[in-house]
Design a protein around this ligand. Structure first.
Ligand code: FES
Ligand SMILES: [Fe+2]
Length: 407
């Protein structure tokens, strides 16, 4: 258990890697809740995840595993395992023993690999939200590393009070009570946000948000600007690495981007693709500006099992009651039963609050691999060739290194 007093075992879907970092025929090591796992993609493109320790004699598949056709071979004694974890071959040409590596369900969504972890290896009873079509633009990807806990990131979706004090939003109000539906909750918010670009006279912009939380690893923030009918969404996906550290992957998209680019100044001068790229870049920068405020808040906050809630707070107790289901059986999430479980739905934060927003450290101190940020703005063919998992091989060929380098 971490110093946050929340368990470091969570039964949920987690975003653990980028799809493009695991090309066909490659293996990637990850850490999740203190476990060392490997994700590999067979030569024909099938993705699988299994324990990082080879079930033969405990060798590290992360260090010595290679993909051969449709199996992962451990190079310590040559044993092979298929995507179901079954041993299919020994390194001696003898009959394979009934060995089975523990495997983990995996899915891919918007270029992100999602993995289901369950303490007792139960199969998932629910699915993560998957890509829902071409109406959304290509996604942008960013990844951050911090000391926190996935529940803290998910709970942010119902912490309506912070919208004013961390983000400077005003007149924030919930559009209804917290909607609880099995593995997911939804909270709608309407508010006015500062007009950072100063367009249209610089008045605050009215915005609608819908926060969808799936388990404790995935939060989708949908936003809509009614004045220009602009829709966007950001997936905030956390995964607990272990020892209190976690990664947060941020994936953003704009909806109907072709229609939205018509609002850009000098749009008629730009090819469609350039206009879309510009809009995505502007949106991503604005979104990350606010997101970095949350990161600083999360990195320094401490989880209080019995918070001192007041009228005006969001439905934090109701959220925590829901969150309990994702922890190991028998774990009791301390509650404050005397508090209203759904907060005050009618509460509206003050108009134009005088808020001194927190100072931000440079983004390079927050982001894992600062280069990940700017590479997203490169055209796809260049980015894929030189800045993805297989890009190492591309650089090697440019530098005239003769042998193939495995990513
Ligand atoms: S430890 Fe992996 S094959 Fe022996
Ligand atoms: Fe926030």
């Amino acid at each position: 258990m971490s110093s946050s007093s929340l368990p470091e075992v969570i039964n949920s879907w987690f975003a653990v890697a980028r799809s493009e970092d695991i090309p066909a025929g490659s293996v990637k090591a990850i850490h999740l809740m203190g476990h060392r796992l490997v994700i590999f993609r067979t030569e024909d493109g099938k993705l699988a995840a299994m324990d990082g320790a080879c079930p033969h004699l405990g060798g590290s598949l992360a260090q010595s595993g290679t993909v051969e056709g449709g199996v992962l071979r451990c190079r310590l004694h040559g044993f092979c395992f298929d995507t179901a974890g079954q041993c299919t071959e020994t390194g001696y040409g003898t009959k394979p023993p009934p060995l089975k590596a523990r495997t983990y369900p995996v899915r891919e969504m918007l270029g992100t690999v999602l993995l289901y972890f369950h303490e007792t290896a139960e199969t998932p009873t629910w699915e993560p939200p998957l890509d829902d079509g071409p109406i959304w633009s290509r996604p942008t990807h960013d990844v951050f590393s911090l000391t926190s806990h996935p529940q803290e990131i998910a709970e942010n979706a119902v912490d309506t009070g912070h919208l004013t004090w961390i983000h400077g939003f005003s007149e924030a109000t919930r559009t209804g009570p917290l909607e609880v539906d099995g593995h997911r909750v939804r909270q709608g918010i309407r508010c006015r946000v500062p007009n950072k670009l100063g367009v249209g006279g610089g008045a605050d912009i009215e915005m609608d948000f819908a926060f969808h939380v799936y388990g404790l690893g995935i939060v989708i923030v949908e936003s809509h600007v009614p004045s220009v009918d602009f829709f966007s969404r950001t997936f905030v996906m956390s995964s607990l690495v272990g020892d209190g550290t976690m990664d947060v992957r941020v994936v953003s998209q704009c909806r109907d981007i072709g229609r939205s680019t018509s609002h850009l100044p000098l749009k008629w001068l730009m090819p469609e693709r350039a206009a879309e790229r510009l809009l995505l870049t502007v949106y991503r920068r604005a979104m990350l500006f606010d997101f970095r405020r949350d990161l600083v808040y999360w990195a320094h906050k401490r989880y209080l099992p019995r918070p001192g809630l007041a009228s005006g707070d969001g439905p934090i107790v109701a959220f925590r009651r829901w969150a309990k289901q994702f922890y190991p059986r028998g774990f009791e999430l301390p509650m404050a039963p005397e508090l209203d479980v759904d907060g005050d739905v009618s509460f509206i934060t003050p108009a134009k609050p005088k808020v001194r927003l927190p100072q931000l450290p440079p983004s390079s101190q927050l982001q894992t691999g600062w280069w990940r940020g700017w590479r997203e703005t490169l055209p796809d063919p260049i980015r894929k060739r030189f800045f993805t998992g297989s890009g190492v091989a591309a650089w090697a060929s440019v530098l005239g290194i003769g042998h193939r380098v495995r990513a």
